[in-house]
Design a protein around this ligand. Structure first.
Ligand code: LLP
Length: 424
């Protein structure tokens, strides 16, 4: 459930009319319901309460400082993937013992920053990365906890760009190789092999692939324990929980917990569960508000609704063919339904927010809400076509606040100069 709903003809975010915010900040803008973020986080936390998991919000999905702070204040940890995300994580004052660091390509500088920050754990993706972290930890005279990211080779029914647990993906370490690494853990004196990690993909709506992957992890953990490697204290099952964009019927947090918890029977005292949800917490907590600029009839009688937000603001439809529901901010009950493409101002045919969508006839000036944009929305936006990035606005109850300003024209050229030396 999310807190964007109609009251009469008007779309509200919590108790605030979306149109009122649009009037104040202009369009386009991202709009977040803080209550929805927290509600989703609490749902997951409560469902897994029997094992008291560490829930590390995967901040790649939404790294807005206010959003992060709200989650962190309520006990969430963070899953980071870069030095930049570590910087944001520190800025919101997260407890470093609740931070896990994934990424196939951590640089020595990022590794050092994270060790100095005393994060809980690195999720390691290769033997060479183990050596790199061991070297930095040794130089800093410390022991660092790591988890090995396994590639469990399970199929998850999702877009091929966002499946990550197959053997052909770049992620994780094959089980045999991972076992070997555990057996040779003595070669890394500054590392503690404290966990096993998986992340099998994103927008996965059913429990089956998770169950399969967790089983493989537990078998793996049993195997290394049997061989005398008893340092494994964490099982990190990643993120990937699917949400409703259109007609999906994803598992609820409770159904997910009901599927996973029985597998962990007997391990409760030896393994702490870690979860890395991104989309589940943030996806339906945000929308993108845009305004219709023009309407035109193409050839083949097709209509185009041209709006002021483009693929630089929300790339998911162009990149993954992703479906986002589009709703009028002010509902005119009698407006007739037509079929149209909703497109942005960018000079690419791939610049669309919706294709062949049956849609209440839109007229210039009308506000539209692109739904379910709280995950992988603003964070994947760019300045393509020299378009300043849009503001992020947060709502709590009846109040709204600009949590990130709209970029200015000067922001676009802030790091640039004209190199006169090449001009002669
Ligand atoms: N943990 C790891 C190691 C990950 O790589 C990811 C996401 C997550 C957790 C969080 O996954 P989630 O719970 O959000 O599914 N840009 C794509 C999604 C890419 C996901 C990348 N990894 C999209 O817009 O659909």
């Amino acid at each position: 459930m999310h807190r964007f709903q109609y009251v009469g003809k008007q779309l509200y975010c919590e108790e605030t009319p979306v149109a009122k915010i649009a009037q104040r900040v202009g369009t386009p803008f991202y709009l977040y319901s803080i209550g929805t973020f927290l509600d989703h986080y609490f749902k997951l936390r409560d469902a897994f309460k029997p094992v008291d998991p560490l829930i590390c919000f995967s901040m790649k999905a939404n790294s807005n400082l206010t959003v992060l702070k709200a989650l962190v204040e309520n006990g969430a940890g963070l899953d980071i993937v870069s030095g930049g995300e570590l910087f944001r994580a520190k800025r919101v004052g997260v407890d470093p013992r609740k931070v896990v660091f994934a990424s196939v390509g951590k640089t020595p500088e990022e590794i050092e920053e994270a060790i100095r920050a005393k994060i809980l754990m690195f999720n390691v993706e290769s033997a060479q990365e183990l050596e790199a972290i061991n070297a930095v930890a040794g130089r800093l005279r410390t022991t660092q906890r790591i988890a090995i990211r396994l590639n469990p080779d399970v199929a998850a029914d999702t877009h091929h760009y966002i499946t990550t647990g197959r053997k052909e993906n770049k992620f994780g370490i094959h089980l045999k190789t991972a076992y070997q690494l555990f057996m040779e853990s003595y070669r890394y004196p500054f590392l503690r092999f404290a966990g096993v990690h998986i992340h099998i993909g994103s927008q996965i709506t059913e429990a089956k692939p998770f169950i399969e992957a967790v089983r493989r992890c537990l078998e793996f953990i049993d195997g290394v324990r049997y061989a005398g490697k008893t340092t494994v204290e964490y099982l990190n099952i990643g993120g990937g929980l699917g949400i409703i964009y259109s007609k999906e019927k994803p598992q609820t947090a409770q159904q997910f917990a009901d599927a996973i918890l029985p597998l962990l029977k007997g391990y409760e005292n030896r393994l702490r569960l870690v979860l890395e949800p991104g989309r589940f917490i943030s996806g339906n907590s945000g929308i993108l508000v845009t305004k219709v600029l023009y309407k035109k009839k193409g050839q083949n009688k097709k209509s185009f609704v041209i709006v002021d937000a483009g693929m630089n603001d929300l790339i998911r439809p162009a990149f993954y063919g992703a479906y986002h529901e589009i709703l009028p901010v002010l509902r005119h009950v009698r407006s007739k339904v037509e079929k149209a493409d909703v497109v942005g101002p960018i000079c690419e045919s791939g610049d669309f927010l919706a294709k062949d969508r049956r849609f209440p006839a839109a007229e210039p000036g009308q506000l539209l809400a692109v739904m379910s944009c709280g995950a992988y929305g603003f964070v994947m936006s760019s300045n393509y076509n020299s378009r300043p990035r849009v503001p992020e606005v947060v709502v709590s109850g009846r109040k709204f606040y600009v949590a990130r300003q709209r970029e200015t024209r000067n922001d676009l050229i802030r790091n640039e100069k004209i190199v006169r030396e090449v001009l002669s």
